[in-house]
Each structure stands twice: as structure tokens, then as C-alpha cells.
Unconditional design. Structure first.
Length: 608
């Protein structure tokens, strides 16, 4: 929409007043410069105050009311909540594409959860041996958004978790409950009752925002001048309308989540989720990392067959779909990839382990002593991440009674999940990581203390969206935002310097977005190109780390070049963003008189 409006804008101005050089204004019909004014009173029509107030109110409404933040952490004070919201308002004013990418990530996650819950319901209906099975209850998009924003939480027990904290389930955590037929009871009416906004309030804001667009289009049709403030406001309005479209079913300003009762059947599942999630990590190693799943029905067969590990053979690991290990496999395994790198697919990681890698850290020997042949989650006898040379073992905390209790509880839950996956074999790769060293649980973002508003642009868990998809959305929005401002370069500027600075800032933002969009799109469409870029990036980073540790001249040169280059780009991007917003207001000191003329028919359009 922004690009279409930009093209319409440019074509309209080109037809209205073609120029060969940078003019002081384009509104030339007789060869004379138009009359320009500064402050223009508006007792009987459009004036400076009404123009500024209309744009400022629209910007405030669009950015402030369009924000649908997640449920805040437990015990958040009003001052802290206001600061968080104000911070996101600043992002919305100077980097609206960041909000669009965030809303896109949450929408994709909620839609993925909605579809998965429907699949689970259809599977359970199919499994029922009845002529007319009762329809399984499914969640709406509002309920899925409610779960995605941190609306489902569990109050844990003190015997399992120190100080019995309240833990929030992510969309992946709620999806696991649905997979195991343990979804909590909730409905749209309860969520609407908690929400601070409804469809009517959102519709009124959309009407006011849409009025700004209609006003700009009508002025273009009438060949009337448009202020830079209106151009900038239109860009934010379109981004805000996109946010409303993506967040239409998301509840607004929820202060507290729904607390699930911590029943006996739920306790093992929560313990398993905790061990697989980043919340259990210490020095980047989670509690589940060294634990291999052993199917109870195959334990004796495994004992007779013996270990499948052989130091002479290359090892491999197929990571689960939602595993965070897929981003950096070496950090999870502790072993560098084989010379050929990833062999068969994007999920397979080939490597070779030596005898020195196959040890058990002193702290983890307690699991070897406590486990029995019937233990479902066994400490892998040939793999202990804490025993790897790249881990500082002195940072490993002592294994507490809480960690041992979670380990005992998680075993039956892992077997319950395995049995559910055996009924639906396509989901084995979703929840389990298969390896030549055994079968492990995939490490996914199942739960946390609270769900962050911005989780990043590279990870969507089981949603299985390419890691560069959100980056493409971010780049495309930045390119469109910059192109809209480029289209305004022929408008009146108080000075030629301001026109050139506006043009340079707009082109820099737009070109940066276009180049980034092309790069990320190419990585999505071409797996070979994606692997090549990732390999080059990894090799560059590994070279930097090795040379940095050696304190060589190459390390110093690399650090200086990357720091200066990155700093210049970030400063230029920040300056360009700030300049466009500031210039939009400053330029009102000298605008064409026609800016304050209003097409008559727009007066009858309902607005505030």
C-alpha cells in the first residue's frame, strides 16, 4: 500500500509540474514562485494548529492505541509498564517497521497454533471409534493470541521449583498441551472481559487513520500541495493499519494471565518443558542437554546390543524442527562440524567425536549413580556437554535437589510425549532430536518467566518459518517507508539543504531495505545460497574469535574495521530516521499557501 501510494504520488507530481533540476517548489503554473507562509491561523478553515494537531493526534492514536503488548511480568509496577509502553511508542515513531515485524511474528505464531490445535482435534475425532463422534473443542484466533502473548501461566510447587515461581507457557508450550490433550479451559468471553479494547474502539481509530490517507489522496487528485508532516504521518498511519490488521484478534493491555491449576498430571509436563527451555540453562547448557530418552519397551534390547557409539565412525545429529540448536549446532554439541559440513539436509549435522569428548563431568556423575536400567531419561554414557573442553566446568552449578526432582518427573512425561508421537509419526521430528549417540528431547522455547514483546527476528520455534522471513518483512517495510518519503522530494522545502538531506535520508533507508530484502528473499528461495552465506558468516566469526583470542594484528584490524563500519551504518540509519520526523515538523515554518486549502468534499468525511 505504501509503495502504491508512493507511485501515485510521484506520477501525480511529475504530470503536474515536470522539472529538470532541483526546484524550490513544484507548484509552478505561471513561472513564479508560490506564496509561502509560516504560522497560518485557522478560525474559519484549515490552519497550522489544526494541521499539526490532526497529525499529532493521529500519530499518537495510531502508535499508542495500535500497540498490543504482551502480558507483563509478575509484580510489574505501573511506572515500569508505562516506561515499556513509552519505549515502544518511540520505536513506532522512528522505526515503525520494527513494530510491523513484531506483529507479523506474533500473528504467524498465533495462526500456527490455531491450525495445530485444529489438527489435534481432528486427530482425536478420527481416533474415536464412534459413528457420530462429538466435535472436539477448538480454540479461536483470539484464544491463540491470548496464549501467544503469555496469557497461560502455571503456579509451580516449592518441592519442584525453588521459591515456587509462576511460569508462563509460550505458544510452543500450549501446543504441547494440545498435542497431549491437556489444553486449559478458556473462552473468548473471558478474554474479552479482560481486554481493554474492543472492535468498536479499534474501528474508530482506523476511521481517523484512514481519513488522513483519504485527505492525502484527495489533495493529490486536486493537484494541491501536501506538507511533509502529512507525508510522514501517512507512512505511520499505513504501518498502524497493518498493525491493527495483524493484531485485530489480540487482546489489549492484559495485566494478568490465566493461572492453570498445578495438578498431578500437569506436573511432569511442566518439569519436562522447564528442562528443555532456555530458562533452565546455565552457561548455555540446559538441563535436558545430556539426557537421552530410552523407550521402556526397548531398554532390554538396547542393553543386549550394547552402545552404538564408535569413535572410529562419524557421528550425526538430526535436530528437531523447533530446536534452537539448528541456529548454532556446534554450541549445542560442542564439536566442530565435519569438513563437508551439513550433509543431507538443513537439520542434519555431521561431526566426529574423540575419546576425550566422551566423559562425564564431576557434577553430573550423580545422575549416573541415581539412574537404573529402567530410567527413562538417562544421562548419556558417551556424551556429557559439561565435560566438553569449550565449557568452563567451574561455572557449572551444583546439581540441586530441585534439578533431580525435575529429572525424575520429566521421565514419564517424555515417554507420554513419545507415545503420542508414535501415533502421529510426523511429529517425532518436532519433539525429538535423533542422533547416533541416542534420542534426545528437542530444546524449544516452551516456557519462561514471561513472554517478551520482541523475541527476535530469527526464531519462531515449531512454527517452522524460515529464520529470514521476518527479516524480509522488516526490510520490505523499511524500503516502502523510505520510498514514500522519496516521493515527496519535489515538495516545497524551506531550503535546498533540507531538500537534499531529506532525499539522502530517504534513499539511504529505502536502498538499505531493498538490498536487505533481496538478500533475505534469496536466502529463503535458494537453500544452496542460504548455506553459502551462513558458512561464510560462520567462518568469518570463527576466524575473528581465533584471532581475537590470539591477540594478533589481524584480530585488532578486524575488530576496528567491523566496529567502525557497523557504527557508521547504525549512526547513519538513526540520523536518517530522526531527521525525517524532525524535518516534517520543522518544515512547517515555510510552506506554500495552498497547503492550508482543503478540498470541499473531504469536510463531509467522518473524522475527529
Amino acid at each position: 500500500m505504501i509503495i502504491a501510494l508512493s507511485l501515485l504520488y510521484s506520477l501525480n507530481r511529475a504530470v503536474a509540474a515536470p522539472v529538470d533540476v532541483l526546484p524550490d517548489t513544484i507548484y509552478v503554473t505561471t513561472g513564479d514562485l508560490p506564496e509561502t507562509v509560516g504560522w497560518f491561523g485557522d478560525p474559519n478553515g484549515r490552519g497550522t494548529f489544526s494541521l499539526v494537531s490532526s497529525c499529532v493526534i493521529t500519530l499518537t492514536l495510531c502508535v499508542w492505541s495500535a500497540l498490543h503488548l504482551n502480558v507483563p511480568p509478575q509484580g510489574t509496577l505501573l511506572k515500569k509498564a508505562a516506561y515499556t509502553r513509552a519505549k515502544w511508542v518511540v520505536f513506532g515513531l522512528f522505526a515503525p517497521e520494527l513494530l510491523v515485524a513484531t506483529a507479523s511474528a506474533q500473528y504467524l505464531t498465533a495462526r500456527w497454533l490455531y491450525k495445530e490445535i485444529q489438527k489435534d482435534a481432528k486427530h482425536r475425532e478420527h481416533m474415536l471409534d464412534m459413528a457420530n463422534p462429538p466435535p472436539e473443542p477448538t480454540w479461536s484466533m483470539m484464544q491463540c493470541f491470548f496464549a501467544t502473548m503469555g496469557g497461560i501461566a502455571v503456579q509451580t510447587r516449592a518441592s519442584t521449583f525453588n521459591e515456587a515461581p509462576r511460569i508462563t507457557l509460550s505458544a510452543e508450550g500450549v501446543r504441547m498441551l494440545s498435542f497431549l490433550n491437556m489444553l486449559p479451559q478458556t473462552d473468548d468471553e473471558e478474554i474479552r472481559d479482560k481486554s481493554k479494547g474492543d472492535w468498536l474502539a479499534k474501528s474508530l481509530v482506523c476511521v481517523q487513520a484512514f481519513y488522513i490517507i483519504v485527505q492525502a489522496v484527495s489533495r493529490l487528485a486536486a493537484h494541491m500541495p501536501i506538507s511533509l508532516l502529512e507525508v510522514n504521518t501517512v507512512g505511520h498511519v499505513i504501518c498502524a493499519l497493518t498493525l491493527y490488521l495483524l493484531w485485530w484478534n489480540k487482546p489489549l493491555e492484559l495485566d494478568h494471565p490465566q493461572i492453570m491449576p498445578y495438578e498431578q498430571a500437569l506436573e511432569p509436563i511442566v518439569a519436562l518443558m522447564y528442562m528443555c527451555s532456555p530458562i533452565s540453562e546455565s552457561s548455555g547448557v540446559s538441563e535436558i542437554r545430556c539426557m537421552a530418552y530410552k523407550d521402556p519397551s526397548r531398554l532390554q534390547a538396547v542393553e543386549r546390543k550394547g552402545s552404538i557409539y564408535s569413535p572410529e565412525l562419524p557421528q550425526y545429529t538430526n535436530f528437531s524442527v523447533g530446536s534452537r540448536a539448528r541456529v548454532d549446532p556446534k554450541a549445542f554439541i560442542g564439536v566442530a562440524p565435519a569438513k563437508r559440513g551439513i550433509a543431507r539436509s538443513d537439520t542434519r549435522f555431521d561431526y566426529r567425536m574423540e575419546e576425550k569428548h566422551c566423559d562425564v563431568s564431576p557434577e553430573h556423575r550423580v545422575f549416573m549413580e541415581l539412574q537404573t536400567p529402567d530410567t527413562i531419561l538417562q544421562h548419556a554414557p558417551k556424551y556429557c556437554r559439561w565435560a566438553q573442553s569449550d565449557i568452563d566446568n567451574s561455572c557449572q552449578p551444583r546439581v540441586t535437589s530441585f534439578e533431580i526432582e525435575r529429572w525424575r518427573l520429566a521421565g514419564p512425561a517424555a515417554h507420554q510425549l513419545w507415545e503420542a508421537c508414535r501415533e502421529r509419526e510426523d511429529y517425532v521430528n518436532y519433539y525429538f532430536t535423533t542422533s547416533s549417540l541416542g534420542t534426545f528431547l528437542g530444546e524449544t522455547y516452551y516456557l519462561d518467566e514471561h513472554i517478551k514483546n520482541f523475541a527476535g527476528l530469527s526464531y519462531l520455534g515449531h512454527v517452522n518459518v524460515h529464520r529470514d522471513h521476518l527479516k524480509s518483512i522488516l526490510a520490505f517495510t523499511a524500503a516502502a517507508y523510505g520510498s514514500l518519503h522519496i516521493a515527496a522530494w519535489k515538495e516545497h522545502f524551506p531550503t535546498k539543504f533540507e531538500r537534499i538531506a531529506w532525499l539522502i535520508s530517504s534513499i539511504f533507508i529505502s536502498c538499505t531495505g531493498v538490498l536487505s530484502f533481496v538478500l533475505f528473499l534469496a536466502k529463503q528461495k535458494s537453500p544452496s545460497f542460504d548455506r553459502w552465506i551462513n558458512t561464510m558468516t560462520t567462518h568469518s566469526w570463527e576466524f575473528y574469535k581465533r584471532s581475537h583470542m590470539a591477540q594478533t594484528n589481524a584480530a585488532y584490524f578486524w575488530q576496528v574495521v567491523t566496529s567502525i563500519g557497523g557504527g557508521i551504518v547504525l549512526m547513519a540509519f538513526g540520523f536518517a530516521r530522526v531527521y525525517l520526523v524532525v524535518e516534517a515538523f520543522v518544515s512547517l515554518r515555510d510552506v506554500p499557501r495552498g497547503v492550508y486549502d482543503t478540498p470541499n468534499w473531504t469536510n463531509f468525511f467522518p473524522h475527529f
